[in-house]
Design a binder for this molecule. Sequence first.
Ligand code: NAD
Length: 258
Amino acid sequence: MDAADPRQLEFACELVGEAQRIVVLTGAGISTDSGIPDFRGPNGVWTKNPAAEKASNISFYLAEPEVRRAAWQSRLETSAWTAEPNRGHLAVVDLERSGRLHALVTQNIDGLHQRAGVDPDLVIEVHGTIWYSRCWECGDRRLMEEMLQRVRNGEADPACELCGGIVKSDTISFGQSLIPEVIDRAMKVSEQADVLVAIGSTLSVYPVANCVPLAKSRGAKVVIVNAEPTEMDDIADVVVRGSIGEILPQLFAPSSNT
Ligand code: NAD
């Protein structure tokens, strides 16, 4: 990956350095350095296997037992269980320590921001978390590990122990509605930001991508950090193109935040 343009990075550091209420919006790109592939990047799950997009849709999951069995197998094997936070996640912790992280809106479901040490109360997981399961019928929520143990013990598609319903990870699949209170909170904090920094996302998944124009319309400066163009580059005040692991430690370095 090419090094970031130093002028763009410097301007981004100025905007972040002057801000008091920073909202960070992260996507799958912040976790690729931890070994978790994104969807649409060059090594993304969907880029390499377009059929995988179908399996992420809630209607196929509910209708086809075969899709669910494959999903449970892939949950067992996902790299996310052993992934460690990387420099990008740790840089966000540095920003929090400066006292100016207003909120962290994440599309990620891997829990790595909390593992890195960000206060869970500041993290808004708009697409849920893989660390819990949820019954589609009765809503029973429990630690994912309990369900994975049942899969390891031979249940290919374990049903809810309370009602017999279909169980999935407590994430928002494509075609599934978001939790209104959660996405509303993401929009509210975006309205309150003086700088919004969008990191590692194509900004093509809605409604969360709307955080960016909403913040902008309320007067926030918008900084985008991503290896490739995003759908919101046109409205950004500055786009820093390059490696998140290289850029964030500079952007959120304690010295540039005073
Ligand atoms: P995306 O796959 O659409 O885009 C990721 C972007 O990050 C790409 O443009 C890619 O070029 C960039 N990128 C990847 N690694 C990078 C790096 N090291 N440095 C700089 N840029 C890098 O991701 P999205 O916009 O978040 O949308 C994917 C959806 O899938 C989200 O809704 C998310 O919930 C989910 N998802 C989550 C995870 C996770 O939790 N880690 C992983 C895959 C998908």
